[in-house]
Each structure stands twice: as structure tokens, then as C-alpha cells.
Ligand binder design. Structure first.
Ligand code: FAD
Ligand code: NAD
Length: 480
């Protein structure tokens, strides 16, 4: 193997592998180092997203939703089913097959684009040298013209609930539960808690989510958070806000969790399994040799500017390792931006338009500013809302929970944010994200012809409602 590369990427999650492919496409001699191993001990690409994150969780969400619909929601269509069973090991096997297919696909893409895939642990030394310890333990030095750090993140652990991945699980363990727990506890009613809590609730678990904050989905638009909580509670998720976990005790095959409410009450609850999902932290363990010179901020993120350049010339960092939301697509776009800048292009990324989705059913999705953020910024604004209960397509699908909310500047009508809880919210929000990228006004969206009958018409109507001209709902124009 050559020991000199134009670009060395450390980490092959969605930030790193995309950066490596783009760099190679632009003619740069590129290597990507990855330390993840599959269960056979073989190096494998894809990072958290493909191995234990976005993809496996969505596979389980889709399987469990099909089970739930078949068991509970078909009678309204006149369909009766005698009994519905789920084979959990087959469900997990399907998930694993998808993981293998996609991670293997990256190895194929590396080959096709001429990226040198290296398996082992990378460490940044001074002078843009990278030390590679391969999976057999041999150490070699690589000279890099440019280094892209993309080592991702790990689940945060809390001393009051030590993960053993038997009874107390992190998000990775929660993707491997082999039988439906009767009582499932979840610490943290954030994205992972809601997604994985939903998987097991649909399969029959009684799910209780213990959330330290008094607000549900505190960073979401308040109206959407309120509507989502109403919907999830109706589905049977028991969401306890203002519940800070103070201890756990294993009694045989049960976990007893104690928690303190914001009112000061000490309560306890016993579960068969407990998932801890209280956030993730940047993963810099063993990545930066003393003296490499790269600055890390107080949260442990590698410090970067708006172009993902660190304080060391020629060293960049992308994805969960740096500031901003920990989302696969955010890291991928950063990876593309950095590769293009290294190749001499003037690439930049629009951090104001990064969609965010919770893949429950219905989905919760947002892009741009929340009403609370717009209000705090002092900008005059209008709001348009359209409920799915008024959508013909949602009725046909028996999927009428939720609403679309669009916020636009009251003077220019430029769309500032879109927030949706409802069927296909992720894809609907993406439509507005595209419009926002092109500087669309609510009127532009309102003048666009939408196919009928589609769920997208709810977006159209919400855009019309911004200026008081919705057709299929009484207009209550709201200017603030
Ligand atoms: P990672 O994907 O974490 O990849 C980093 C890679 O670097 C890893 O493979 C690691 O082994 C490797 N590495 C670390 N240190 C070294 C080293 N020293 N040498 C060599 N290799 C190293 N995001 C979404 O946008 N949508 C979702 O639906 C979604 N669902 C999720 C569900 C779950 C359960 C979880 C846990 C996360 C989910 N996320 C989702 C978040 C998403 O997975 C992350 O934002 C994304 O994976 C971050 O990409 P990354 O490339 O920065 O890091
Ligand atoms: P999160 O930040 O979404 O939620 C964690 C929750 O735990 C917060 O509401 C927090 O207040 C609460 N919490 C913290 N300490 C607590 C304690 N001691 N007791 C009770 N509650 C406590 O984090 P997450 O759900 O672990 O997910 C991590 C990250 O992974 C997300 O922020 C997101 O970036 C990414 N992710 C994204 C998706 C997606 O895009 N669909 C899915 C899963 C994960």
C-alpha cells in the first residue's frame, strides 16, 4: 500500500464515507480508515447509521408498524384477520440482512470510485501524519495532504443506569431484543426513546418513558410537540415528563428504576428491560495524539469553522464529531462540502435548512425555524396550519392524526419554517425544504399545482392558509 494520500478520512459513517467518495470522484487520491468490525470480526463500513442507527431502527419500525396495522387497524377497511403472530428472530434477521447489504454496498462504492479502504484504528499525529493500527495489530504511518476526521459519536452513559446490554440496554442493545418485553422502560423521551419505544409498544410491550425535562420534545415547535404528545399518548406510550432517574436496581430478571419528579416526589417502577437513550457524545477516544494540535470544545466536539476546517490547516472534521445536530444527512453534506473545498471548489452548506425527522407513526418532521424561534428573533410572521383530518387522502388511508404548520415572514412572505406531525411527514417536509432552498414564499408554494388526492395537498393548504386563502378549511389568518 502507498503511504501517501491527498486525503485520509478517519471513520466511514455517513459523514466519512461520503467525504471519501466525493474526494475520489474529484480526482484526489483518497483512503478511508474504519475500525468497526462485524460479528465475524471483519472490518465493515457505514458507521453508526448503517450498523446500529438509522437503517436498523427503521427496519424494526417498518416491521413493527406492519404487525401493528395488521393486528389492529385492518377491521376499519372491512378486513378481518384471525390471528397475527410475529417471529422476532425473523424480524431481526431481516434487519441484519439489510445492514449487510448496505455496508457491503459501501465497500463496492469505494472500489468503484477508487477509494482505498483501510480497516483498523486511525490516530491523527502532528504534521498531518496518521497512525494506522490494523485489525491484526500492525502499526503503520500514513502521510496525508489533508485529513478528514469523521469518527462520529457514542451513546451517553449515566452512572445511575449502567448499561449491561442484558437488562439495561443502550440504543444498540435495544435493536437486538429477542423477545417482546412485557414492561419496557425508556430513560429519555427524545428521538431514540420515541422510535425504539414505538417499535416495542407496537409489538405488545407496555412502554413507559421517563423524561427529565418538563417539556416534551423541547427543541421542536411547541404546537407540534403538543400534538405529537397527544397522539403518542393515545397510542399507549406512557410519557412521564419531569421524571429524573436517580437509580436502578437489578432484582433477578427485573430492573427497578427510581426517579424524582419535578414536584420532588420519589417514585419507582419495575421493568423487564430498560433502554437508556439520553443523548450521544462526540467520539474522540484515541483519535487525537497529544501534540496533533486539534482543538476540542467544552462539549468534546472537535472545534471547526463554518466550512468544517479545524484550527490545524489541512485537517477537517465532519458529522457527529462536530457542532450541530447529530444527523446522518447533516454529516454527509459536510463531507461533500469538505471534499469539494479540498479540491479547490467554493462549496458551502446551508445549515439553516437541515430537516429533522422522528420516524414514529405518524412521523414528526421539521425544517427551518420554529414559531418560538421566529418570535424570539422579533421578525413579523404569519402562520398557516392544515390538519390531516381535513385531507381526503389521509381519510382514505385512515391516517388522519396530525397537522402541517408553515411559518412565513409577514412582510416578505418568505417561508421560515415547516413543522409536521402526520403521515409521511418526512417526505412532505422535504418538499418544503426544497422550496425554502430556492427562497420560496408561501404564495409560491400556494400557486404550485399539487396532485389530487395526495397528502402533499395538506402542505399546499397550509401554505395557502399562511395568507388566509386555504380552500378546504376555514381561514383564521394569524399575523404575529
Ligand atoms: P458515525 O456514523 O458514528 O461513524 C463514525 C465511524 O467512525 C464509525 O464507524 C466508527 O467505528 C469510526 N471510528 C471512530 N473512531 C475511529 C478511529 N479512531 N479510527 C477508525 N475509525 C474510527 N440520523 C438520521 O439522520 N436519521 C435517522 O433516522 C437516525 N436514526 C438513528 C437511530 C439510532 C438508533 C441512532 C443511534 C442514531 C440515529 N441517527 C439518525 C444518527 C446517525 O446515526 C448519526 O448522526 C450518523 O451516523 C453520524 O454519522 P458520522 O459519520 O458522523 O458518524
Ligand atoms: P435526544 O437528545 O433526542 O433525547 C434524549 C432525552 O433524554 C432528552 O429529552 C433529555 O432531556 C433526556 N434525558 C437526559 N438525561 C436524562 C435523565 N437522567 N433522565 C431522564 N431523561 C433524561 O437523544 P437520543 O434520543 O439519545 O438520540 C441521540 C441523537 O441521535 C439524537 O439527538 C439525534 O441527533 C440522533 N438520532 C436521530 C434520529 C433521527 O433522525 N430520526 C433517530 C435516532 C437518533
Amino acid at each position: 500500500m502507498s503511504n501517501h494520500f491527498d486525503v485520509v478520512v478517519i471513520g466511514s459513517g455517513p459523514a466519512g464515507y461520503v467525504a471519501a467518495i466525493r474526494a475520489a470522484q474529484l480526482g484526489l487520491k483518497t483512503a478511508c480508515i474504519e475500525k468497526w468490525k462485524n460479528t465475524d470480526g471483519k472490518g465493515v463500513n457505514g458507521g453508526t447509521c448503517l450498523n446500529v442507527g438509522c437503517i436498523p431502527s427503521k427496519a424494526l419500525l417498518d416491521s413493527s408498524q406492519k404487525f401493528h396495522e395488521t393486528a389492529k387497524d385492518l377491521s376499519v377497511h372491512g378486513i378481518s384477520v384471525d390471528s397475527v403472530d410475529i417471529d422476532i428472530s425473523a424480524m431481526l434477521e431481516r434487519k441484519n440482512k439489510i445492514i449487510n447489504q448496505l455496508t457491503g454496498g459501501i465497500a463496492g462504492l469505494f472500489k468503484a470510485n477508487g477509494v482505498t479502504a483501510l480497516y483498523g484504528t486511525g490516530k491523527l499525529l502532528s504534521g498531518k501524519k496518521v497512525e494506522l493500527t490494523d485489525n491484526e495489530g500492525s502499526v503503520s504511518l500514513i502521510d496525508a495532504q489533508n485529513v478528514i476526521l469523521a469518527s462520529g459519536s457514542l451513546p451517553i452513559s449515566i452512572p445511575v443506569a449502567p448499561v449491561d446490554n442484558d437488562l439495561i440496554l443502550d440504543s444498540t442493545g435495544a435493536l437486538e431484543i429477542e423477545e417482546v418485553p412485557k414492561r419496557l422502560g425508556v430513560i429519555g423521551a427524545g428521538v431514540i426513546g420515541l422510535e425504539l419505544g414505538s417499535v416495542w409498544a407496537r409489538l405488545g410491550s407496555e412502554v413507559i418513558l421517563l423524561e427529565a425535562l418538563d417539556d416534551f420534545l423541547a427543541i421542536m415547535d411547541k404546537a407540534i410537540a403538543k400534538e405529537s404528545k397527544k397522539i403518542f399518548s393515545k397510542q399507549g406510550l406512557d410519557i412521564r415528563l419531569g421524571a429524573r432517574v436517580t437509580g436502578t436496581k437489578i432484582n433477578g430478571r427485573e430492573v427497578e428504576v427510581t426517579y424524582k419528579t419535578s414536584g420532588g416526589e420519589e417514585l419507582s417502577q419495575t421493568f423487564d428491560k430498560l433502554i437508556v437513550c439520553v443523548g450521544r457524545r462526540p467520539y474522540t477516544d484515541g483519535l487525537l495524539a497529544p501534540g496533533c494540535g486539534v482543538d476540542v470544545d467544552e462539549r468534546g466536539s472537535v472545534f471547526v469553522n463554518e466550512f468544517c476546517a479545524t484550527n490545524v490547516p489541512g485537517v477537517y472534521a465532519v458529522g457527529d464529531l462536530v457542532r450541530g445536530p447529530m444527523l446522518a444527512h447533516k454529516g454527509s453534506e459536510e463531507g461533500v462540502m469538505v471534499a469539494e473545498r479540498i479540491a479547490g471548489h467554493k462549496a458551502q452548506m446551508n445549515y439553516d435548512i437541515v430537516p429533522n425527522v422522528i420516524y414514529t407513526h405518524p412521523e414528526v418532521a421539521s425544517v427551518g425555524l420554529t414559531e418560538e424561534q421566529v418570535k424570539a428573533g422579533g421578525e413579523p410572521y404569519n402562520v398557516g396550519v392544515f390538519p390531516f383530518s381535513a385531507s381526503g387522502r389521509a381519510m382514505a388511508a385512515n391516517d388522519t392524526d396530525g397537522l402541517v404548520k408553515i411559518i412565513a415572514n409577514a412582510d416578505t412572505d418568505r417561508i421560515l419554517g415547516c413543522h409536521i406531525v402526520g403521515p409521511s411527514a418526512a417526505d412532505l417536509t422535504q418538499q418544503v425544504a426544497i422550496a425554502m432552498e430556492f427562497g420560496s414564499s408561501a404564495e409560491d408554494l400556494g400557486m404550485t399545482v399539487f396532485g389530487h388526492p395526495t397528502l402533499s395537498e395538506a402542505v399546499h393548504e397550509a401554505a395557502l392558509a399562511v395568507n388566509g386563502s386555504a380552500i378546504h378549511i376555514a381561514n383564521r389568518k394569524r399575523r404575529s
